[in-house]
Design a protein. Sequence first.
Length: 351
Amino acid sequence: MSQEQQTPHKRRVRYKGKYPKKFEEKYKELQPEKYQETVEHVIRKGNTPAGMHISIMVKEILDFLDIQPGQTGFDATLGYGGHTKAMLECLKGQGHIYATDVDPEESAKTKKRLEEQGLGEKILTVCLQNFCTIDEIAEKVGGFDFILADLGVSSMQIDNPKRGFSFKADGPLDLRLNQEKGISAAERLDTISREELAGMLYENSDEPYCEELAKAITDEIRRGNRIDTTTKLRNVIEKTLSFLPDNKEKKDIVKKTCQRTFQALRIDVNNEFEVLYEFMEKLPDALRPGGRVAILTFHSGEDKLVKKALKAGYKAGIYSDYAKDVIRPSAQECAKNGRARSTKMRWAVKA
């Protein structure tokens, strides 16, 4: 009997119902080129298809940046490429955009997708590096006319259980944007002290139960129970908050505490505040005179940092104008895309 006859045929996982719960079962959403109708249906329902990302505030960004053919731009976070594509279309084949991303897996997919849409290397250069290296790229190209920094994590990263970004699905507690560098969140927890963890939870996500969670997590690890999966961390959080009264509010409090804890760990293992601080320091020199920058923030920590840097730059005469008040997504966009609700856009114009 041949090897082919001995190997049983493995059937594809059935697409269960309208909205399969498991990431690997959503093969139609993960192949938008084959199942466009399914993808469009999911989007119409106000959801983001698995493996995709719906860009936020595209119109507001384009209105402010006022991109003209022949200009040179910088997209700090390539992601799924939605913002990048919209900005490239404004160039009408004249000019260039340089985009950075630290995720080798997703940036390769996005680059290929954009190339297939006619947006290749003649008009777009994708750099696998952190956006805080903006000064290196700016020096080579002579600065930028427009810059966009979307500081949010992309949906396709959050949705994939293998990346460990979400407490909603079981997976390794990783949380790195580039899984080839640094240490995972699980490894970070292996050696962290109770005091340092409490400080991280408070500084990175304003977690009100930071002391209780830090004690519970470090006690669990000291007992020899390694917290190396998303489910294990979620279970510790739920157990820690079991003292809360059993009412309608408890479920929401636990959910938000999970979100804040995962956010705090993600910020820490990716050095997000350090990277953003460095980017904001280098930003003025990367912009050409009259150049514009738009920055999307998603939580108070990064928003305060951006606001402070732009205000200081304005007072120093570096920027001729800056956003004294944030621009927020429309009510319609928030209704269609839940991620938009926490988004703030700040901007500045180089003097």
